[in-house]
Design a protein around this ligand. Sequence first.
Ligand code: NAG
Length: 323
Amino acid sequence: MATLRRAVTYIPWLVSVISGASLQRIAEPFGYNPTKVGFYIYVPDALVPHPPVLVDPHWCHGDANAAFRGSQFATLADKYGFIVIYPDSPNTADKCWDVSSRETLTHNGGGDSLGIASMVRWTLDKYGGDKGRVFATGVSSGAMMTNVLMGSYPDMFAAGSAFAGVPFGCFAAPGNNSGVYGYWNDACATGKVSHTAEEWKAIVEAAYPGYSGWRPKLQIFHGTADEVLSYNNYNEAVKEWTAVLGLSTTPSSVTEDTPAKGWTKSVYGPDSWFEAYSAAGVPHNIQVQEDTVMKFFDLACKGDGCFKWGKGGLHSKCRRSRN
Ligand SMILES: *[C@@H]1O[C@H](CO)[C@@H](O)[C@H](O)[C@H]1NC(C)=O
């Protein structure tokens, strides 16, 4: 099935229905990629100078092509001139991401997250991309990987957006998890993994010992009726990321019916550095909210007035300037 789907990638007329450019597979060496993650990239015909880079990891049983076709981000890339990386899981058993190994949960430690980080570095270099505007978004396993990337590579990402995922480290294989790449953590999936905010903070900080630089901002979305990844993970993620970012666990604002009816948006801290959207009655198959993501990343903005939050204006005292 994976072979069949991958073959579809090479039919130019099919992808050209979506946009002018096409999804390309990068076959050449692009940096250290110990678990052999597949590298697919969408480079629109018209790039802005120093283009931003968005990483969009697929869900379990999905692949790069499914992620490419499954959201509007490629179309939005055409419109706004940014690049999208669609990594492809090397785990042929279920196509879930490695979010369980010691390696992936460690900065430059290996695992799937390092393969993806190598893709980002290669892309920034090849296209003269903006190092200060690298983002990740994904659904389900792709949301788990988004959390992993924010924790293992905080220096690389400006922001993340995760739909129906779990907190960084929640899927870690128990005991010595070195080399345990394809572990399905049932306890986490069913909502039985719970930590204090301080414990979660320690888990994230252990990914990159001694690091005290920039931390990406993050938004999470979770349906209260999620039957695959328990909604308990929403509250655990709130504890985790507010602690890591030094924010109060009491929201600074709560808005009902945003961005959809029955979805409640909670903002933490004074400048939306962490946002959590609780979607009432929504199952695991949650609808990606591209507009909300684009706005959070400031990706629909062109020109000099953009992305002030990421260039050391806000939080410049405690977060490294990304110029
Ligand atoms: C964990 O497992 C790896 C690989 O099997 C091994 O090299 C390492 O020594 C183990 N670490 C501990 C602390 O047991």
